[in-house]
Design a protein. Structure first.
Length: 168
């Protein structure tokens, strides 16, 4: 069976974005047309379906590297910031975009939070509360099935474009 590891991301991400566009829980908020995807960018995205493409890319990254948190995902989608004559520095991508995409993917049932442990915390009034600490998000069975089914449909196209993949 073909998995999402067997198909290059340049083919997989747009195909998964097309599938995600049909899911009601995944849709660009109103503010998505007016924002940049990070402080290292000068302009907002120009693609019509950039939200679905980002959601597909985040889903793929969570499947490959999960459990992973918002901060690490924002660093994955960051870039170098132009500081004029000073040397460029690394900047993280927009955490608000990442959080919103993660919430939509969770609502669709494609990812879930992985619990690390539950601790008890006392406040000023000496009342104990239980607090959950999470490792990050991980992919669910439905998300894995979506990625693998899309990759299986793209396997022949991938073998045609990248002849060396037939060995794997």
């Amino acid at each position: 069976m073909t998995t999402f590891y067997d198909v290059p991301s340049s083919l997989l991400v747009p195909a998964v974005a097309d599938v995600l566009a049909g899911i009601d829980a995944i849709s660009a908020p109103q503010w998505a047309g007016h924002i940049k995807t990070g402080v290292h960018r000068e302009r907002p995205p120009t693609q019509e379906n950039w939200w679905e493409i980002r959601a597909a890319a985040v889903l793929r990254k969570i499947a490959a590297k999960g459990p992973i948190g918002v901060n690490h995902l924002a660093q994955e989608y960051g870039g170098s910031s132009n500081r004029g004559s000073a040397p460029n520095t690394a900047k993280a991508g927009s955490r608000h975009v990442i959080r919103s995409v993660l919430q939509q993917l969770e609502q669709a049932g494609l990812i879930e939070k992985e619990l690390q442990r539950v601790i008890e915390v006392e406040d000023e009034d000496e009342v104990k509360h239980k607090v959950s600490i999470f490792k990050g998000r991980k992919i669910t069975g439905a998300g894995q099935k979506l990625l693998d089914a899309t990759a299986h449909g793209l396997r022949e196209v991938a073998d045609g474009e990248y002849p060396g993949l037939a060995k794997y």
